[in-house]
Design a protein around this ligand. Structure first.
Ligand code: NAD
Length: 359
């Protein structure tokens, strides 16, 4: 019997439904080309779920996700819900779904398409060969530690605590080593071990875990140095693993090397192969409904799903090659077009990529 992979599809708000529709065409084409089988189930999430079900994350949506092998998410949010109370905001649903699904890492690849080098603010020769992944710890550290204020002789004092357990560090380190193993086998662990106790524990645990990965070359980079090296020698990085706040900042820095937010995919992973895949961009309410959004980030999120959850590397290669071919041929959506008058729409870009996919 064929191995049918179940994918929960959450289109969400704004441009979410437009870009997800193109990604679903890519899933269909993959079935035809490679003989894989996908069963998709659609679910409501975000603003649309608030409107229709009175909550951003309905129970049935969570059930659909929990019974799936992977989740494909478009984007959520928009001005319509911006002034809602906290529990009725789409972003609250995002935090809720990550927590409920036990997703503790965020994976963000950043690679350069040669033909888009000009879109970056860095010199093309610096960007040459850049192809890296930032693995960010998502549920620990200073964002989740105890927070409070107290009165002192100097007025109010605010405190945010940063805590990491060995367990939290070990599970993300293993994930990063595993990913590095499928790539160029280089891992940069980023910390601030010269100052922070959490970083010293981080480094100890990463070194201990590295004994199980003798084939992966490990380097330790202080976070301030990493921020510089990403601009100076981005192509020397393969996989970067780091804690929550450092990862938040470095993943945005790495993303911007590539020039456009419409091109960037991401994954959130937990224990095992299950993952939630989504473009890095938001719901882009300013262009929603016009058919001009760039579907590439969502299409590349499908490729990432194939690599990280299903191990369908050939199919992922096929998608990434197709995207490259279409861009090399000069096709652009408005966000990446130099001459906006030649820009094509979401549907046309999706179709060109589907047509360019080959076994
Ligand atoms: P955004 O990413 O939605 O848009 C920023 C700019 O980039 C806009 O000008 C938009 O038109 C453009 N853009 C984004 N994606 C594009 C694409 N695929 N093709 C072409 N252009 C694209 O960020 P924002 O404007 O700060 O946020 C809009 C809404 O999205 C907010 O409600 C925010 O909370 C939400 N948001 C959701 C997520 C998510 O679902 N994970 C992430 C970020 C923001």
């Amino acid at each position: 019997m064929a191995d049918v992979k179940k994918i929960a599809v959450i289109a969400g708000d704004g441009i979410g439904p437009e870009v997800v529709a193109e990604a679903e065409k890519v899933l269909k084409r993959t079935e035809e080309l490679f003989g894989y089988q996908f069963e998709t189930e659609h679910a409501l999430f975000g603003g649309i779920a608030i409107d229709e079900k009175g909550t951003p994350l309905p129970e049935e949506t969570l059930k659909v996700c929990q019974s799936a092998d992977a989740v494909l998410l478009g984007a959520v949010g928009g001005p319509k819900w911006d002034n809602n109370s906290k529990e009725l905001r789409p972003e609250t649903g995002l935090l809720g779904i990550r927590k409920a699904l036990g997703l503790f890492s965020n994976i963000r690849p950043a690679f350069i398409f040669d033909c888009l080098k000009e879109a970056s603010t860095l010199k093309p020769e610096v960007l040459e060969g850049t192809d890296l992944i930032v693995v960010r710890e998502l549920t620990g550290g200073i964002y989740f530690g105890e927070k409070f204020r107290r009165e002192t002789a100097n007025g109010q004092e605010a405190v945010d605590t940063c805590a990491y357990s060995e367990h939290e560090i070990e599970r993300i380190a293993r994930q990063a080593f595993d990913i590095a193993r499928t790539r160029r086998k280089k891992l940069a662990s980023v910390d601030k071990a010269n100052v922070l106790e959490t970083s010293r524990l981080w480094r100890e645990v990463v070194i201990r875990v590295s004994a199980d990965y003798p084939d992966v070359e490990l380097e330790h980079v202080l976070v301030d140095n990493c921020a510089m090296q990403l601009l100076r020698r981005p192509s020397s990085f393969d996989v970067i693993v780091t804690e929550n706040m450092f990862g938040d900042i470095l993943s945005d820095e790495a993303a911007m090397l590539t020039g456009s937010i419409g091109m960037l995919a991401s994954a959130s992973l937990g224990e095992g192969a299950f993952g939630l895949y989504e473009p890095v961009h938001g719901s882009a309410p300013d262009i929603a409904g016009q058919g001009i959004s760039n579907p590439i980030a969502t299409i590349l999120s499908v490729a990432l799903m194939f690599r990280l959850t299903f191990g369908y590397h050939e199919a992922a290669d096929s998608i990434e090659r197709a995207v490259k071919e279409v861009l090399d041929a000069g096709h652009r959506t408005g966000d990446i077009a130099v001459d906006k008058s030649t820009a094509i729409g979401t549907l046309a870009m999706g179709q060109l990529i589907v047509d360019a996919m080959r076994k």
